[in-house]
Design a protein around this ligand. Structure first.
Ligand SMILES: *Cc1c(COP(=O)(O)O)cnc(C)c1O
Length: 302
């Protein structure tokens, strides 16, 4: 059994026309938890369950927490998600819809995370949002599906938060012998991967700003940073406005609502920020996300 689904691989004619190449979209927004996170989180939860875990604990008020809540509901395992006071009503509502026990604690994520860790006993599994080998193994399955569908892309475009998606896609490319570049996109206010490359090691950003909250990791995981010396990874940043505009254009073109975190990757193509015209087939990971609404996107004043 797998908790994630085999998502559609669709060609985008508008984005292909705009970028003078063929653009393929892996539609992770269609996952039951609303984002790609269920691939890795689902895999991790299944492994922990098989090893005897009987409760899952998360401190993510975003798509990672939603994926844990979904996995717990499917496996019949109770889930506690500890979130800081700043977590939106909508996120709390979505978590409780999935049946999670949502506990609000502290002003910052660090405080919520501390409480979450203090709850752990030996029948619990703590599910990290991005820095865990099990997550990367699970995320890698999206590339297996692309290859099984008959596509061997010449480049991948994806968004980077803490770097779990990047590490997972890299793992998937490796096991399918695809030695191709990855375009790693962030919004300016959440650019922890960009900062790590500039500094020569992962660094903690003094602050996180902007609308792409699902990219809000102060520091990328070591694995994501290390990959930059093992494969061609092109880091780029887009503005919040570009990410939001890309979400709105994507909604019209492909009838799917995604978060600005995902819009960042789409903006690289909508704004033709990269020259992919010499690459035959470009794959963009439409990573999805459940916390945006049409009202929040339309109401954005950049
Ligand atoms: C988590 C998330 C990301 C970033 O993934 P990382 O593994 O943290 O790099 C991007 N987009 C969406 C919608 C997400 O939920």
């Amino acid at each position: 059994m797998s908790l994630s689904i085999n998502t559609p691989l669709l060609e985008s004619l508008p984005l292909g026309r705009l970028n003078k190449t063929r653009v393929w979209m892996k539609m992770e927004a269609m996952q039951p938890s609303g984002s790609f996170k269920i691939r890795g989180v689902g895999h991790a939860c299944e492994q922990h369950y098989a090893r005897g875990a009987r409760r899952f604990i998360s401190s993510s008020g975003g798509n990672a927490g939603l994926a844990v809540a979904y996995a717990g509901r499917k496996l019949g395992v109770p889930v506690i998600v500890v979130v800081p006071e700043s977590t939106s009503e909508r996120a709390r509502h979505l978590l409780s819809l999935e049946g999670a026990d949502v506990r609000v604690h502290g002003k910052t994520w660090a405080e919520a995370n501390e409480l979450a860790l203090s709850l752990l006993n030996n029948e619990d599994a703590f599910i990290h949002p991005f820095d865990d080998q099990l997550l990367w193994e699970g995320h890698a399955s999206m590339i297996d599906e692309v290859v099984a569908a008959g596509l061997r892309p010449d480049a991948v475009i994806l968004s980077v938060g803490g770097g779990g998606l990047l590490a997972g896609v890299d793992a998937g490319l490796r096991r399918n012998n695809l030695d191709i570049p990855i375009f790693a996109v962030e919004t300016v206010g959440m650019s922890s991967f960009h900062a790590a490359l500039k500094s020569g090691h992962p660094v903690s950003l003094p602050e996180l700003t902007g609308v792409a909250t699902s990219l809000g990791a102060r520091q990328v995981c070591q694995r994501a940073f290390d990959l930059a010396s093992e494969r061609e990874i092109i880091s780029l940043t887009v503005s919040d406005k570009q990410a939001v505009d890309a979400c709105l254009a994507f909604l019209d073109d492909h009838r799917t609502l995604v978060e600005p975190a995902c819009g960042a990757s789409l903006a690289a193509l909508y704004e033709s920020q990269i020259d992919v015209s010499k690459m035959g087939n470009v794959l963009v990971i439409v990573c999805g996300g459940s916390t945006a609404t049409t009202a929040s996107l339309q109401g954005f004043k950049g």
